[in-house]
Design a protein around this ligand. Structure first.
Ligand code: HDE
Length: 705
């Protein structure tokens, strides 16, 4: 039987003769397809006639090797992937600027800090650490907070995290800690999780990690948004002024909208409902003109302070509490533009701790020193050659000149005869002892040794300080997180080892976790290098709840509506929310929208299945009686209400929604966070209450983890 042949190529209708090539002003040939769109070309610029069918010998015959268009297209596709980052693979970036508040000339000669109001272009990439590129956003994990500032003296990369300490004290342990948290090598799971034997095995054999573990088990590791996280440079750096005087510095980024995290139970559900929750949040807020902002703050101190401090300022597992050394705001960072292309910018951006301008220098923190060595290697591996600085996202925005040449993909090459110096051709560039980078001439002496300093030995005092600085709900979350993580550890001795460390941090915490893990008796406290743990004062600055915003700005209200929803309340709610500079989404029983009580139709952002309450900071239940009857048949509506309650969210409701609340089992436990919206007058009070973000008083009764 004869087979029918079909050709779906647009070239059926449009032959080359129909197109209207013309020459541009520069004599270049422009080709346009019939509809005015540019003609598709190969990477070599050759116009393509048919992009639907490979070249074949007869319609049903074999493909021909001379099909250079197919060969080039598939070759390029086959090479689209580059290695993902070995850590921090999943990230999301944005452009913006940094603005200096006042001259810091007394401390640093760095040009970006000399003039008040000076703006420096910036690119920031936020990330999770353990998961691969396609993992979900709400993993319990540290978040990367990497900032590239394109200063007039070259790029400054402040490659920080949202947690001010780290797991290890020496860079030589980095491959070990990272291997331990990544999926186990034989079975290749779990993905993006620390809840498994290998991680807790390494951690419990590495007591220096205990302070970091307290942070990672706290709500800091499940932020609500990148916009509501702090960032930290972690290490002690130096500022160096024009007279070559050095001041030690620790860098902090403080979010303008205050701190906020989600609850673990919420995180687990968000990962299913919207694995891109954090990137979508950043995208939406920047695209809608709500530009996230952070203040750069510094803790400045001299050698005398360092000597008087109870801990070693070179130890990256320690903080200097803000109550002891206040932070000084020195500028602000605003993110106001998304990349045009994710790969070109967010994926190919190369951060390196060793990128510092004159006036900013390193300390001897052994982790920082190791990082300065590592980041160049990783860029070479990932980006494929030494010319990654030629990529626009990595190139400096100030003039730059050197004699580097050639190599894979060289986009810039020196012109003229001289490609070395000194030369007799009077061709630059030249080094400048005055303007060039001068390393701080720190005096160093000692023997070559592989030795951990005594001053790094106390692993428990600051871990305890972090724990006792938390509010009761935050402390409960730490206990619950430890219990959950250790419940996934299959080897009993590892669980016990962790609880024996907790005994050195806080006995109540240890016994809570031990009890939850079903221990018959508590293990002995772990052996400690320093026998006495110091009882440090609590530092309220370490609590997220204490650092809450007290307003709803930048947060999102989920409004559940139906046909017949009261228009007056709906409109009053939108007005108040907009007034608070917050946002909202309308959730309807079905796709599309609803007709309000005045007969007008409004569009819904989500249908109930796609808009669970975990995606919102608070909810309003506004369905009409008929709408409520329909919603009572939807399991997702049930979850919408009960989750909002269990997650300690504020809930506004109209009377007609009560059956929904009854079905969700919350109608008999109404508290000050469940607010009746009898009329537009109640709406203002409801929206004002939202500033507290959560009803923490409800928490013990719902046992939120
Ligand atoms: Fe990194 N780290 N790191 N790190 N790190 C990388 O560089 C490394 C550490 C941080 O969005 C890698 O480009 C070593 C601390 C961020 O592109 C790699 C050590 C802190 C990012 C690397 C550390 C960080 C990275 C992998 C122990 C917080 C993502 C891909 C001494 C202060 C940057 C890459 C981005 C990425 C090495 C520890 C932050 C392999 C050896 C401490 C935010 O070079």
């Amino acid at each position: 039987m004869a087979k029918k042949t079909s050709k779906t190529s647009p070239s059926d209708n449009a032959t080359i003769h129909d197109q209207k090539p013309h020459r541009g002003a520069g004599g270049e040939l422009h080709q346009f397809a019939e509809d005015g769109m540019p003609v598709l070309t190969t990477a070599q610029g050759g116009p393509v006639s048919d992009d639907q069918n490979t070249l074949r010998l007869g319609a049903r015959g074999p493909a021909l090797i001379e099909d250079f268009h197919f060969r080039e297209k598939i070759f390029h596709f086959d090479h689209e992937r580059i290695p993902e980052r070995v850590v921090h693979a999943r990230g999301y970036g944005a452009h913006g600027y940094f603005e200096t508040y006042e001259s810091l000339a007394a401390y640093t000669r760095a040009d970006l800090f000399q003039r008040p109001g000076e703006r420096t272009p910036a690119f920031v990439r936020f990330s999770t650490v353990a998961g691969s590129k396609g993992s979900f956003d709400l993993a319990r994990d540290v978040r990367g907070f990497a900032v590239k500032l394109y200063t007039q003296q070259g790029n400054w990369d402040l490659v920080g995290n949202n947690i001010p300490v780290f797991f290890i004290q020496d860079a030589i342990k980095f491959p070990d800690v990272v291997h331990s948290v990544k999926p186990e090598p034989d079975r290749q799971f779990p993905q993006a999780q620390s809840a498994h034997d290998n991680f807790w095995d390494f951690i419990t054999l590495t007591p220096e990690s205990m302070h970091m573990i307290m942070w990672v088990m706290s709500d800091r590791a499940i932020p609500r948004s990148f916009r509501f996280m702090e960032g930290f440079g972690v290490h002690t750096f130096r500022l160096v002024n024009a007279a070559d005087e050095s001041t030690f510095v620790k860098f902090h980024w403080k979010p303008k909208l205050g701190l906020q995290s989600v609850a673990w139970n919420e995180a687990v559900k968000i990962n299913g409902a919207d694995p891109d929750f954090h990137r979508r949040d950043l995208w939406q807020s920047i695209q809608s003109g709500n530009f996230p902002e952070w203040e750069l703050c510094v803790q400045l101190f001299d050698q005398d302070f360092a000597d008087s401090f109870d801990f070693d300022i070179l130890d990256p597992t320690k903080i200097i509490p803000e109550e002891i050394l206040p932070v000084k705001p020195i500028g602000r960072l605003v993110l106001d533009r998304m990349p045009e292309n994710f790969f070109a910018e967010t994926e190919q951006v190369a951060f390196m701790t060793q990128n510092v301008p004159p006036g900013i220098d390193f300390s001897n923190d052994p982790l920082l020193q190791g990082r300065n060595f590592s980041y160049l290697d990783t860029q070479l591996k990932r980006l494929g050659g030494p010319n990654f600085t030629h990529l626009p996202i990595n190139a400096p925005k100030c003039p730059f000149h050197n004699f580097q040449q050639d190599g894979h993909m060289a986009m810039r090459n020196p012109v003229g005869r001289a490609n070395y110096q000194p030369n007799s051709w009077n061709q630059g560039p030249r080094e400048s002892p005055v303007q060039g980078y001068r390393h701080f001439p720190a005096e160093e002496q000692g023997q070559k040794v592989r030795l951990r300093p005594e001053s790094f030995a106390d692993h428990y005092s600051q871990a305890r300080q972090f724990y006792i600085s938390q509010t009761p709900p935050e402390q409960r979350h730490i206990a619950a997180a430890l219990t959950f993580e250790l419940s996934k550890v299959e080897t009993p001795v590892i669980r016990e080892r962790m609880v024996s460390h907790l005994m050195n941090i806080d006995e109540t915490l240890a016994s809570k976790v031990g009890h939850a893990l079903g221990f018959q008796s508590m293990p002995k406290p772990a052996d400690a290098a320093t026998p006495t743990r110091q009882d440090l004062e609590p530092s309220p600055a370490l609590s997220i709840v204490e650092r809450g915003p007290k307003r709803f700005e930048g947060r999102k209200l989920g409004i559940l509506v139906s046909d017949g929803t009261d228009v007056a309340i709906f409109k009053a709610l939108l007005a108040e929310i907009t007034e608070q500079k917050a946002t909202f989404e309308v959730i309807a029983p079905k796709v599309g929208g609803v007709t309000l009580s005045d007969g007008n139709w409004i569009e819904a952002h989500q249908m109930i299945d796609g808009g669970p309450s975990v995606l919102y900071d608070a909810v309003a239940l506004l369905p009409s009686s008929e709408g409520t009857s329909d919603l009572l048949k939807e399991a997702t509506a049930d979850d919408f209400v009960s989750d909002a309650f269990v997650h300690c969210k504020f809930i506004g409701y109209v009377k007609t929604a009560l059956p929904l609340m009854q079905k969700a089992g919350i109608a008999d436990s109404l508290d000050e966070g469940v607010i009746a919206l009898g009329g537009p007058g109640d709406v203002a009070a409801f929206v004002k209450a939202l500033g507290k973000l959560r009803v923490w008083g409800r928490e013990p009764s719902v046992k939120l983890n």
